[in-house]
Design a protein around this ligand. Structure first.
Ligand code: 8DG
Ligand code: CA
Ligand code: CA
Length: 333
């Protein structure tokens, strides 16, 4: 059995089920483009990963919230045969395999991947021979394909964090910098680096875009030691590539510039996990609030959201909606 850990750090006794559910989820997202099935498989995997006992049958699994008839049947099939016919078929399907492969390139989504495969472009080598079909982002994804597949060790992100804070806060002590994503949830490895930055002078959306654009541009300039490529640079978001040293792989880095009054909602949102976010958002709705990456707003009887409530910490958001506070490390659903 797989030695995967579950979110609380103990062995995931259902790791093999989670593995096939996550593989099915990726297939639904990238090949079928069925986001509902994608979410259903991921939800089921997250429920099974959190269990402290091994599931022995589909019927037993079906009693859990988030697992229905179809997934229960797959669990039975897997228990009886050790595999899944559906996955075996997918593995034999050359076109599905090619689409899955191409979506691993940063910037290539399911639609573009299907389009390329239809045009006979099915491998990384094919991409290298047809670079005229790729956008700037996709070209960078291709250039660093091998590097971006490598997970980033926590210790390396800690180094990058030190540098980011040193340069940014060194340029102006009123900046606040938080690395969110799986890093903030305490993971030992991450796929990329999600940095959030705020400053009292950052304008709210609808405010002066040019002003924010200048702030973000200056931030990126102070990081020239670290940043090797820019994918895109706007008034709220930098997407690019950073590298600590020439011996280490290049890493994907996003920097988002957030107005102060939206900072805690943004930190909460970009800390994730996205399954956790979904759970918290639906809890908020039950309590009469709508929660997103920008704000927490009460929803009146008319169903129209009111003005954002003032938020001065992450804990306050939990308080408002009567949700027991969860530390970032407890949000790995
Ligand atoms: P990883 O990079 O180590 O693979 O994991 P991650 O840090 O949890 O995932 P991410 O894709 O970098 O996204 C960062 C957080 O952003 C995620 O934990 C929750 C939030 N988020 C959502 N939905 C989405 C979405 O559709 N796209 C992105 N980029 N982020 C999202 O809740
Ligand atoms: Ca991340
Ligand atoms: Ca990210």
């Amino acid at each position: 059995m797989s030695k995967r850990k579950n979110p609380s750090g103990t062995d995931n006794l259902n790791g093999d089920f989670c593995d096939f559910l996550m593989e099915l989820a990726e297939y639904e997202k990238n090949v079928s483009r069925n986001i509902h099935k994608y979410n259903a498989y991921r939800k089921a995997a997250s429920v099974l990963a959190a269990l402290d006992k091994r599931i022995e049958s589909g019927d037993e699994a079906k009693k859990l919230k988030g697992i229905g008839e179809k997934i229960a049947k797959k669990i039975d099939e897997f228990l009886q045969t050790g595999k899944l016919a559906k996955l075996e078929n997918i593995h034999q399907d050359e076109e599905a395999q090619a689409i899955s492969l191409l979506t691993r390139v940063s910037g290539i989504g399911p639609v573009k991947a299907a389009d390329l495969v239809r045009g006979g472009i099915k491998s990384i080598e094919d991409l290298r021979n047809h670079q005229n079909r790729l956008t700037h982002h996709q070209l960078i994804g291709l250039k660093y394909f091998e590097d971006f597949e490598k997970k980033i060790p926590r210790s390396e992100i800690q180094e990058i964090e030190k540098k980011l804070k040193g340069y940014i806060i060194g340029s102006d002590s009123q900046f606040t910098v938080t690395i969110c994503g799986s890093f903030r949830r305490g993971k030992q490895e991450s796929g990329d680096i999600d940095a959030l930055v705020t400053h009292p002078l950052v304008q709210a959306p609808g405010g002066k875009k040019k002003h924010n654009e200048q702030i973000l541009k200056k931030i990126v300039e102070t990081l020239s030691d670290l940043i090797t490529d820019t994918i895109s640079l706007g008034d709220t978001k930098f997407m690019g590539v950073c590298r600590l040293s020439s011996e280490l792989p290049a890493r994907r880095l996003d920097i988002r510039l957030i107005p102060s009054d939206q900072y805690h909602c943004a930190v909460l949102y970009f800390t994730g996990s996205d399954v956790f976010n979904k759970t918290m958002r639906s809890h908020a709705l039950e309590k009469g609030f709508t929660l997103n990456e920008y704000s927490l707003r009460p929803v009146g009887v008319t169903g129209i959201p009111g003005e954002p409530v003032p938020v001065s910490s992450e804990e306050e958001i939990f308080d408002y909606i009567d949700y027991p506070y969860k530390k970032p490390e407890e949000r790995n659903m």
